[in-house]
Design a protein around this ligand. Structure first.
Ligand code: CAP
Ligand code: MG
Length: 430
């Protein structure tokens, strides 16, 4: 008597229906298990199966079974019937395609690379409230990246000191003052104080520059607290909230997406903790998938790496992430992404940050172009003339790139950029 039925979840050459979700996995079969058996177990465990044949199996259950339909070396595609997935519930999708499967003995390694979401699934999600165009209208910035910086050291300032650094950052020409991922409401810098102090400095900087200034203030906490903090932001005239989306969790972000949208707040998504599951090429969940889910849920921007800064991430990865966030339709690239038509889901900005300084700005813009949020933090606060000069130096580097001028050329008429190049040159920090 057959004791297992995994091969019923494998049909090489099967053509997925239009409304099926298709996942691309990297996989390595476990000891003594062939590729089809291994991926059949993944398809089974992530849809209707269990490890053994069952006493009763109503015929309609077969309509819910996932089908592994393509195996190409260590890569496989699995199609999932739409009916498996609750409308508008991103958390449940993760429990299915990114749940038990990573712990199966049938695979030595398993990585969820990307998913193609059919229109019938997208229909139940709102996506970003603003889209890139809406953000540019709100911030009155055109033809260049939006720019921002985190006060550094990343925690330790009082709210007043934090706001002072913020004022210098804004006066140097930057749009955003961003909280760091681990700054929320600490004894030395309470959330409400920081919101109030920064608002005063924002109003002063807007008066003095005539520019629109904003802040990415971190509301990360338990969900009810995040909602209260979003209200405090809106009450002080802010137009953004920042959430550490991985630690806050898919459901928390979903709740805050609608709450912030009703308050007119865009969401800046920090991705701290992503490297716990997306760094290995062999096991875990790709940043492409995380970026796709966050655009689907509706953040307005999310960190996507620099390729040249202090944190891991390649040029190809950064470009594929930018496409996933910005484009209406993305064509699958190799084994990194799958096709995706976003329908009416608005775009979101990639955010490049981490170990950047003015000398690296052209490298980053060569990768992303101008539809980007560029964060240079240590790379302005470490400028020999201080924060305001550092921000000016970064803005001068953006101008040079846009005008097709080398930084050395530009530095002849841009003293702040000259100062940055004298200190850091073109180093790529580790
Ligand atoms: C960068 C940063 C960001 C990282 C996050 C930091 O500061 O504020 O959190 O960029 O990485 O804390 O390191 P610096 P990613 O500019 O001073 O390095 O953007 O890859 O998610
Ligand atoms: Mg940080």
């Amino acid at each position: 008597m057959a004791i297992d039925w995994y091969m019923e979840f494998v049909e090489i050459g099967y053509r997925p229906a239009r409304d099926e979700l298709v996942c691309l996995f990297y996989f390595e079969p476990g000891e003594g298990i062939g590729p089809e058996e291994a991926i059949g177990r993944v398809a089974s465990e992530s849809s209707t199966g269990t490890w053994t044949t069952l006493f009763t199996l109503p015929a309609r259950m077969r309509d819910l079974q996932a089908t592994a339909f393509e195996i190409d070396g260590n890569y496989a595609k699995i199609a999932y019937p739409l009916a498996l997935w609750e409308e508008g519930n991103a958390a449940q999708l993760l429990s299915g395609i990114a749940g038990n499967v990573f712990g199966m003995k049938a695979v030595k390694n398993l990585r969820l690379i990307d998913v193609t979401l059919p229109q019938a699934y997208l229909d139940h999600f709102k996506g970003p409230h603003f889209g890139m165009e809406g953000i540019r209208d709100m911030m009155k910035v055109r033809g260049r990246p939006l720019t921002g910086a985190v006060p550094k050291p990343k925690v330790g300032f009082s709210a007043a000191e934090h706001a002072e650094v913020g004022y210098e950052t804004w006066m140097g020409g930057f749009n955003f003052v961003k909280d760091d991922e681990n700054l929320t409401s600490t004894s030395f810098n309470r959330f409400e104080d920081r919101v109030e102090q920064l608002a005063k400095m924002r109003d002063r900087a807007e008066r003095e520059t005539g520019d629109t200034k904003s802040a990415l203030i971190n509301i990360t906490a338990e969900t009810e607290t995040m909602k209260k903090r979003a209200e405090v932001l809106a009450a002080h005239g802010w137009n953004y909230a920042m959430i550490d989306v991985v630690v806050a969790g898919t459901s928390g972000v979903m709740t805050l997406r609608d709450y912030c949208s009703d308050l007119g707040l865009a969401i800046h998504a920090h991705r701290a903790m992503h490297a716990a599951f997306d760094r290995s090429e062999k096991h875990g969940i790709s940043m492409q998938f995380l970026a796709k889910m966050m655009r689907l849920i509706g953040v307005s921007q999310i960190h996507t790496g620099t390729a040249v800064g202090k944190l891991v991430g390649t040029r190809e990865e950064a470009m594929s992430l930018a496409d996933i966030l910005r484009e209406k339709k993305t064509k699958g690239v190799g084994r990194m992404t799958l096709d995706q038509d976003w329908g009416a889901i608005r775009s979101a900005f990639p955010v490049s940050s981490g170990g950047l300084h003015p000398g690296l700005v052209p490298d980053v813009l060569d990768i992303y172009g101008t539809d980007l949020v560029l964060l240079v933090s240590g790379g302005i606060h470490g400028h020999p003339e201080g924060t305001r000069a550092g921000a000016r130096a970064a803005m001068q580097a953006i101008e040079a790139w846009r005008d097709g001028e080398t930084l050395d050329e530009k530095a002849k008429s841009a003293p702040e950029l000259k100062g940055a190049l004298e200190k850091w040159g073109y180093i790529k920090p580790k």
